[in-house]
Design a protein around this ligand. Structure first.
Ligand code: TXA
Ligand code: MG
Length: 333
């Protein structure tokens, strides 16, 4: 049985003690719900992979209550300090060299010489991290390859019975995962994953950030970048100008007449923040209701490619990518 804990003092205290004892607790962040475990206990980390049904070990992001705690595990450079100052707490993950004596287990880091660290902007998550008082590894709290959860009900749809508890802090406000920036080579800061901090915001602090040209550039270092991910059961058709009668429509912007019997508008006002926050719930809803109606596909209208539009399009590209066999993890390209 998975316990549902309220975001109260006692719920947070219970969640922290489960984590300290090596258990699994899903908790809300501003981006998506994470499936948390003590990153320094290999057995606890192993349970994350088991619960998510990941056949292989991927490096995980460790979460902290503040930058000072994060920087005990890694060796920060000047740019890391500047980005942390600008964006933490917030949807930014930094990849940095592992500090000598860091407690994060090799299993959480996939044996790499670098570690991924972040300070989430969610009051309940920060209280939990403070009380747990250790690095908390947390990938998104979904079955491997599936749509990331943005509320506690989604987590239970994915993982009920497989994890100890979910700490319910309500819906996530950002709705797409953190932006991942590799700072291991201080001369070449590199964007590994577009996310909740936009490229425009990053460039204001880090003007020379480099953007890998293709997924395969970063895939070996950042396995979460594998092609098929965020996948609903129904196939996804991108850049659809019009939908067919056998399609569910994921729309963006002012509503136009459509043949689609089922529509989820990400943002009728054309607002990308609203669209990001509604993305994963929209995919989940169209998938469930579309299957119930016997529809064959999800058609997606074009998304503007600025601001959070890049992170949204990245997730949609992965949702539309060729799938591995059912039940297996993201396929290497
Ligand atoms: O918003 C988020 O980041 C959420 C919430 C729960 O914090 N977490 C999340 O974790 O999205 P996950 O495991 O789904 O994605 C972690 C990403 C992957 O792309 C992974 O490959 C990359 O971070 N990563 C982790 N450690 C890395 C490392 N040492 N070098 C390069 N990439 C790394
Ligand atoms: Mg994920």
């Amino acid at each position: 049985m998975t316990r549902r804990l309220d975001a109260t003092q006692s719920g947070i205290a219970t969640a922290a003690s489960i984590l300290r004892a090596g258990g699994l607790v899903a908790f809300g962040t501003e981006t998506v719900y994470g499936l948390g475990a003590d990153a320094s206990q290999p057995q606890a980390v192993a349970r994350i992979f088991e619960a998510k049904n990941r056949p292989r070990f991927n490096p995980l992001i460790s979460h902290f209550a503040n930058a000072q705690a994060a920087f005990t595990q890694v060796v920060p450079n000047a740019m890391a300090h500047r980005l942390a100052q600008a964006f933490w707490p917030g949807p930014l993950t930094l990849i940095l060299p592992r500090a000598p004596g860091a407690s994060i287990s090799d299993l959480a880091a996939d044996g790499l010489a670098s570690l991924a660290v972040r300070v989430p902007a969610n009051a309940t998550a920060l209280a939990l991290l403070e009380q747990a008082d250790r690095p908390i590894a947390a990938p998104s709290a979904n079955r491997s390859g599936r749509i990331s959860p943005v509320d506690a009900a989604h987590v239970l749809e994915e993982l009920d019975g497989r994890i100890d508890a979910v700490l319910d802090s309500g819906p996530c406000t950002v709705g797409v995962e953190s932006t991942v920036v590799d700072l291991t080579d201080p001369n070449t800061p590199t964007l590994l994953r577009p996310g909740g901090i936009t490229l425009e915001e990053l460039v204001a602090i880090c003007p020379h950030i480099s953007l890998p040209q293709t997924t395969s550039d970063v895939a070996p270092h950042s396995p979460g970048r594998m092609v098929s991910h965020y996948a609903p059961h129904l196939p996804v058709r991108l850049n659809a100008l019009q939908a067919q009668p056998d399609e569910a429509l994921l729309a963006f912007g002012a509503t136009r007449p459509t043949l689609a019997p089922l529509v989820w508008n990400l943002s009728a006002a054309g607002n990308l923040e609203e669209a990001a926050a509604r993305l994963f719930t929209g995919l989940r809803t169209l998938d469930r209701e579309g299957q119930a109606l016997g529809l064959r596909r999800i058609a997606v209208q074009p998304i503007p490619q600025h601001g959070l539009g890049r992170a949204i399009q990245d997730r949609l590209n992965r949702a539309a990518a060729p799938r591995p066999q059912d039940g297996t993890e993201d396929m290497a390209p």
